[in-house]
Design a protein around this ligand. Structure first.
Ligand SMILES: Nc1ncnc2c1ncn2[C@@H]1O[C@H](COP(=O)(O)OP(=O)(O)OP(=O)(O)O)[C@@H](O)[C@H]1O
Length: 620
């Protein structure tokens, strides 16, 4: 297995205009000349010390001259004066600190490199020991873009937020690059909004900032070496994702019907596969994730309950096997991530419990799905087995606290009841529920604050092919791994599922996963059945083909006349008769084929990965 480095290399924001994060506009800007505002705190403190020294010296001299009464008369007021001067110096220092903090936050607000580029002249401090300035003159660099009509209002709000005091805009001197804010009790004019109104505005801004649909970006080479699977963007346009290298690596996807779970899971699957990781899928709905069944590195999509039980069991055994490997001296970094997706976990667990009951098994068997998943969540991460669970409800009792503690990232699609949101996020729950837009979600990674995100749109490969959507097909081509590192798997049972539920249960528990397509599960079996139709047992024929051939993924450009290939789900397995270039389009090829139901042709991208099968039994 290829070594992997579980390092989070992912932190991409749409923000800084250059790699150093500095804004070019300020390359030639100079720090501001600070306004001289009387004595500095240090000068005042020095004056206080000087006064105290003077008072004590004069008192000593007068006492030496035998005038202690006059000495005391001089000493007391001078010491009082020194104390007052010192107090003023302390207050000046504290006020300077307030203004320095304000300058820092305004620098961020205005996008200037740092606080030294601003000159803030704060006057008429009132209210309490330190108080707040009732007049603020803010001088900013000429490079700041102050052309927006609500720009001074934004500055006033930023000041309001920092000083917790409302202001009106006294004057905005555009030429002088200076804005004056005043205390509203002394002037008329529009006040900066109260904090609650600000929250509303921030919320509106976030809502506006999140688009309704964002196509999954084509991953870069750096992305493909990262253990962070991009899921979507937040209100600032920053990419957010599921970090498998986080302390709890598993992912929980929540959402009612139609909220976007399938689309999100499809995206996770193709991103994992693009990184060369094997993916196993338990699709309780049977058809939701069929679109990725033939996707390279997706080893199995279990759609029947019997197969799903086997896949879950095998994922658990894989984990146990990996634990044994580590115990015998292997290092975790040698184990590549295995991603196990369980779509609609609640329904799956219920179906397993029903099957166990029908088979007359005890309560331990009935909770098989939950117990195996609990183990995978608890120990999988240490051996790079990662679980993605999808469920409808966040407060489903199936997911106990112990399970939640093992899950690092949660994506809750759609709106959540406030009680459910409290269960999920506690007091951290976002004030703004997700809009009822498909793919809109609240996401939390680890202990970070939950954020609103728009999940990336990832096309369903089957659907994209069906409607022939050029854009979606291009994206899928870019996401499709060119090298298949993990062969397809099928469930291999020691004997056929028996009629008795009890025997079937045992067969399933002892079943294994084997490479290649299983009998009756692929187009190849259909083809072989057709060839032998009327000639006895089709199952026997398909078993013969299954054991006699082997399959691999190749690019369409590698197809040759005579290849047995599976171009897509609709055509199934076909024999390639001719591969022709297309005039004026070097990216596609015209494939002519002969199949079970006749011949046909189609234009396919050269880089699309297709499965071919090599036959050794000379069936053709
Ligand atoms: N991220 C997204 N961006 C844009 N549209 C989306 C997104 N996610 C989902 N949709 C739209 O919403 C529809 C329903 O999404 P999806 O099938 O993923 O829901 P679901 O939660 O899996 O539903 P169910 O639980 O019933 O299977 C999709 O067909 C698509 O049109």
């Amino acid at each position: 297995m290829a070594p992997h480095d579980p390092v989070d290399t992912f932190a991409v924001s749409s923000g800084p205009p250059d790699p150093d994060g500095r804004d070019d506009r300020f390359a030639s800007a100079r720090p501001a000349e600070p306004t001289i505002k009387g004595f500095t705190p240090w000068q005042l403190a020095a004056s206080a010390v000087g006064l105290a020294f003077l008072a004590v010296s004069m008192w000593a001299i007068l006492t030496a001259l035998d005038e202690p009464g006059i000495g005391v008369l001089f000493l007391l007021p001078t010491l009082a004066c020194a104390g007052a001067t010192y107090a003023v110096s302390v207050r000046r220092r504290l006020r300077d600190g307030v203004i320095a903090d304000l300058a820092e936050s305004l620098a961020q607000h205005l996008g200037v490199p740092d606080a030294s580029y601003l000159d803030i002249d704060a006057r008429q401090w009132q209210g309490g020991w330190i108080g707040v300035p009732h007049v603020l003159n803010i001088q900013y660099p000429t490079e700041v873009d102050d052309s927006a009509p609500d720009w001074p209002g934004g500055v006033a709000e930023a000041v309001h937020q920092q000083l917790e005091h409302q202001y009106t805009i006294g004057r905005h001197n555009v030429r002088g690059h200076r804005v004056t804010l005043r205390d509203p009790t002394r002037t008329g004019g529009a006040l900066t909004p109260e904090p609650s109104a600000r929250v509303d505005r921030a919320r509106d801004a976030a809502r506006r900032a999140l688009p309704d649909k964002v196509a999954r970006p084509v991953p870069t080479q750096a992305d493909l070496t990262s253990w962070l699977v991009p899921l979507g963007i937040d209100g600032t346009g920053t990419r957010v994702g599921w970090n498998l290298a986080a302390p709890q690596g598993h992912l929980l996807v929540l959402g009612r019907s139609g909220a976007g779970k399938r689309v999100l899971l499809t995206g996770i699957v193709v991103e994992a596969a693009a990184r060369g990781w094997p993916v196993w899928i338990i699709d309780q709905r049977r058809v939701d994730l069929l679109g990725v069944r033939d996707w390279p590195n997706v080893q199995i999509v279990a759609s029947t309950l019997d197969d799903q039980i086997v896949v879950l069991n095998q994922a658990w055994r894989e984990m146990e096997g990996r634990v044994a490997l580590i115990e015998s001296g292997s290092s975790r970094s040698e184990l590549e991530p295995l991603v196990v997706v369980i779509h609609h976990f609640r329904e799956f667990a219920t179906a397993v419990a029903d099957a166990a009951n029908r088979a007359g098994q005890g309560t331990a068997a009935a909770s098989l799905a939950h117990d195996r998943v609990t183990d995978l969540l608890r120990h999988g991460r240490q051996v790079n087995v990662y679980v993605v669970l999808s469920m409808q409800r966040a407060d489903d009792p199936l997911l106990r606290q112990e399970n939640r503690d093992d899950i690092g990232a949660v994506v809750a699609l759609g709106r959540l009841d406030s009680s459910v949101a409290s269960v999920l996020w506690g007091s951290d729950r976002p004030t703004e529920p997700a809009e009822p837009v498909p793919g809109r979600a609240t996401m939390q990674s680890g202990d970070a604050k939950p954020v609103l995100i728009q999940c990336y749109w990832t096309p369903d490969p089957r659907e994209a092919r069906r409607v022939n959507d050029e854009q979606d097909l291009y994206l899928l081509d870019a996401l499709r791994p060119s090298v298949v590192t993990h062969p397809v798997l099928h469930v291999q049972r020691s004997r056929a599922l028996a009629d008795s539920p009890e025997a079937s249960w045992r067969v399933n528990l002892n079943a294994d996963l084997a490479e290649g397509y299983g009998a009756g599960t692929s187009g190849l079996a259909d083809w072989s059945r057709a060839r032998t139709s009327g000639g006895g047992s089709s199952a026997a024929a398909s078993t013969q083909v299954e054991t006699s051939g082997w399959s691999e993924m190749v690019m369409v450009s590698q197809l040759q006349a005579g290849s047995l290939a599976r171009l897509d789900d609709e055509t199934g397995w076909v024999i390639i008769e001719q591969v022709e270039p297309i005039q004026n389009d070097g990216t596609k090829l015209l494939i002519r084929w002969r199949g079970n139901d006749g011949a046909g042709s189609q234009v396919v991208s050269r880089t699309r990965a297709v499965r071919i099968r090599h036959l050794t039994d000379g069936i053709y």
